[in-house]
Ligand binder design. Structure first.
Ligand code: SF4
Length: 379
C-alpha cells in the first residue's frame, strides 16, 4: 500500500538504526519523549527500542486521549446513562475506562436496565448525530474525547445539529489541547526543578499536526531549547525522527523539523482550525489524568451552540476523583515511571482487566508494552 509499505521497509530501518548508532555520542545519553499514543504503539509494535543503542532512550508522553481522561469525566458520562437515561455514544476504548464504584461505561450499559439509558460505541461523531436523527424520542449524547485530530469532526456535527434544529442531541465535550500538555510537562518539577525526567527533545504528533501544523511547536524549541521533530506513525518515520533529534542535540540546535512533510505543513489545516474556533472556546481549566488541573488546556462549547452542550442541558457537576492508589498511570503519563514499574502490571492489571486507563487503549503505554514487549524491560 502506497505511503505505508515503503515506510515499513526493514532494510531501510536497519540502515537508520546503523546511522543512529554511529552518530549517537557514546559519552552522553539522549532522552526523547514521544508525545503521542500512536507513536507509543508504533515503538512497541515494531520493536523500535530494540533497534536503538542503550544511550538513546524513549520516554512515553501523555498523548493517548483515553489515558488522560480523568475518572471524574467518565463518571459524568456514566451519570448521564444511569441518572438521565440518555443514549451515550463514544469511541470504543472509552467504554472500558475504569471509573468510580467499580463502574465503566460498559458496565453502566449492563446496569442501565429499566432506567432506559444505553451506551453505543461509534466510529465517528457523525454516527452519533445520525442515531439522534433516527430516534427523536431518545436524548442522544456524544461523549467527545481526544486531541486536535478529533475536534473538527465534533465541530461539524454541532454545526449540523444547529442547522437541523435537533432537540435530542448534545455533546459532552472533553477535547484537549496538545501544546498545553507539552508546556505542563516542560514546566513540571520533575523536568524543571528535580531533573528526574531529563528531556532532550520530542517526537511531535502526526495526526494532531496535520490539523495544527508545525508552528505551535516553535515556542517549545525557542523558549525551552527543546528540539521537536514531527513524525509519521510508521517505523521508518519514527527512526528517521530519532536520527534527526540525535543530530540536533549533537549540533546544539533546538528547532522544529518536520519528518512527516507528506501530510503536515507549517500552518496546518486552516479550514479545520476556523471551524473549531467557530464552535469551541478555551476552558478556563481542565483536569488531566497525571497532569492535574491544567489552565486553558481544553475546549468547551461556545454560547452560540449552548443548546447542544450536555453540561448545560443536564444538571452535571464535575467532581475530581483520585486514581487507584496502586496504579501508576499518572506518573507514567508524566514520563516519571514506566509500565513495568507498576506492581500491578501484567498481574492484576491486563488489557482484559484494566485497573488504570493506560491499560485500556492500544495507544496506552501499559497496553502497548503488555501486548508487544512484556518480556522485555529496557534499561
Ligand atoms: S499497569 Fe495498570 S494499574 Fe499499573 S499503571 Fe498501568 S494501567 Fe495503571
Amino acid at each position: 500500500m502506497k505511503y505505508v509499505d515503503e515506510f515499513r521497509d526493514g532494510s531501510l530501518v536497519q540502515g537508520l538504526a546503523g546511522a543512529i548508532a554511529r552518530e549517537a555520542d557514546p559519552a552522553r545519553t539522549y532522552r526523547f519523549m514521544e508525545f503521542c499514543g500512536g507513536h507509543t504503539h508504533a515503538i512497541s509494535r515494531y520493536g523500535v527500542t530494540d533497534l536503538l543503542p542503550p544511550n538513546v532512550r524513549m520516554i512515553h508522553g501523555p498523548g493517548c486521549p483515553v489515558c488522560v481522561l480523568p475518572i471524574g469525566r467518565v463518571d459524568m458520562a456514566i451519570e448521564l446513562v444511569l441518572q438521565h437515561g440518555v443514549t451515550l455514544c463514544t469511541y470504543a476504548d472509552t467504554v472500558r475506562i475504569p471509573a468510580s464504584g467499580g463502574l465503566s461505561l460498559l458496565k453502566a450499559k449492563a446496569a442501565a436496565g429499566a432506567g432506559g439509558g444505553d451506551v453505543r460505541m461509534v466510529y465517528s461523531a457523525a454516527d452519533a448525530l445520525d442515531l439522534a436523527r433516527r430516534n427523536p424520542e431518545r436524548q442522544v449524547v456524544f461523549f467527545a474525547i481526544g486531541f486536535e485530530t478529533t475536534t473538527p469532526p465534533t465541530a461539524v456535527v454541532l454545526r449540523q445539529a444547529l442547522a437541523m434544529g435537533l432537540e435530542n442531541f448534545s455533546v459532552l465535550c472533553c477535547h484537549v489541547l496538545t501544546p498545553s500538555a507539552i508546556s505542563t510537562i516542560l514546566e513540571s518539577p520533575e523536568v524543571r526543578a528535580y531533573g528526574s525526567v531529563p528531556l532532550d527533545g520530542f517526537v511531535g504528533p502526526a495526526h494532531v499536526s496535520t490539523v495544527i501544523g508545525s508552528r505551535p511547536y516553535e515556542f517549545f524549541a525557542e523558549e525551552y531549547r527543546k528540539p521537536v521533530v514531527i513524525a509519521g506513525f510508521e517505523p521508518l518515520d519514527v527512526m528517521q525522527a530519532i536520527l534527526m533529534l540525535v543530530r540536533q542535540v549533537n549540533e546544539g540546535r533546538a528547532e522544529v523539523e518536520n519528518e512527516f512533510s507528506r501530510a503536515v505543513g507549517r500552518d496546518g489545516n486552516l479550514k479545520a482550525q476556523e471551524l473549531v474556533a467557530e464552535v469551541f472556546e478555551l476552558r478556563r481549566e481542565f483536569e488531566w489524568r497525571g497532569l492535574n488541573i491544567v489552565p486553558y488546556s481544553a475546549l468547551r462549547i461556545r454560547e452560540a451552540y449552548a443548546a447542544f452542550d450536555a453540561e448545560r442541558r443536564f444538571p452535571l457537576v464535575y467532581r475530581a476523583v483520585a486514581d487507584n492508589k496502586a496504579c501508576a498511570c499518572g506518573a507514567i503519563l508524566r514520563g516519571v515511571k514506566r509500565p513495568w514499574d507498576c506492581k500491578l502490571f501484567g498481574t492484576v492489571c491486563t488489557p482484559e482487566t484494566p485497573i488504570g486507563s493506560c491499560m485500556v487503549s492500544s495507544e496506552g503505554a501499559c497496553a502497548a508494552h503488555y501486548t508487544y514487549g512484556r518480556s522485555r524491560q529496557p534499561a
